[in-house]
Design a protein around this ligand. Structure first.
Ligand SMILES: [Zn+2]
Length: 157
């Protein structure tokens, strides 16, 4: 069955896109202009990001970062935040960064959060990122990393 695109549906989509554009580009580091590609990626993954946020009763810290903001916060140069494919979540519901990250990783392994690339246990938050749909390669299971003072440690589930 083909669903007809109605004006109501179109307005709902536009409202949703606007919410993603505003909510998912929040930073405390000034202007953060979207690239078209990153916005498209983020829009496609927004429902997965929201599912991840809900899973750990958390609050979004940031999803998209433009190169200037990414550099200002010391993000890695190839950060998935630049592509609109990552979200940082401050856990709620009494969860620690570790327990929240483990919960996200378990859900990612079950496939309930889509095509997750990596979950990172950060000092006070959880980072989760999705595979870039434009990158070709064999399907890979999600990775679980812990941010350390010197880099990243590969975690065992
Ligand atoms: Zn992050």
């Amino acid at each position: 069955m083909v669903e007809e695109l109605t004006v109501v549906g179109l307005v709902a989509m536009a409202t949703y896109a606007r919410r993603v554009a505003v909510d998912f580009a929040v930073t405390s580091h000034g202007k953060n202009p979207w690239t078209q590609k990153a916005f498209f990626n983020c829009l496609q993954h927004a429902h997965r990001m929201q599912a991840a946020i809900k899973l750990i009763g958390g609050k979004i810290n940031v999803a998209y970062r433009c190169p200037e903001v990414n550099a200002a916060v010391g993000g890695v140069p190839d950060s998935y935040h630049l592509r609109g494919l990552a979200v940082d979540i401050h856990p709620g519901g009494g969860l620690s960064a570790e327990s929240a990250s483990r919960k996200l990783y378990a859900a990612a392994c079950q496939g309930s959060l889509g095509n997750v690339r990596t979950v990172i246990w950060e000092p006070t938050w959880a980072h989760i990122e999705w595979h870039d749909p434009e990158e070709v390669g064999p399907p890979a299971p999600p990775r679980f990393l812990k941010k350390t003072t010197t880099g990243y440690e590969v975690m065992k589930p």
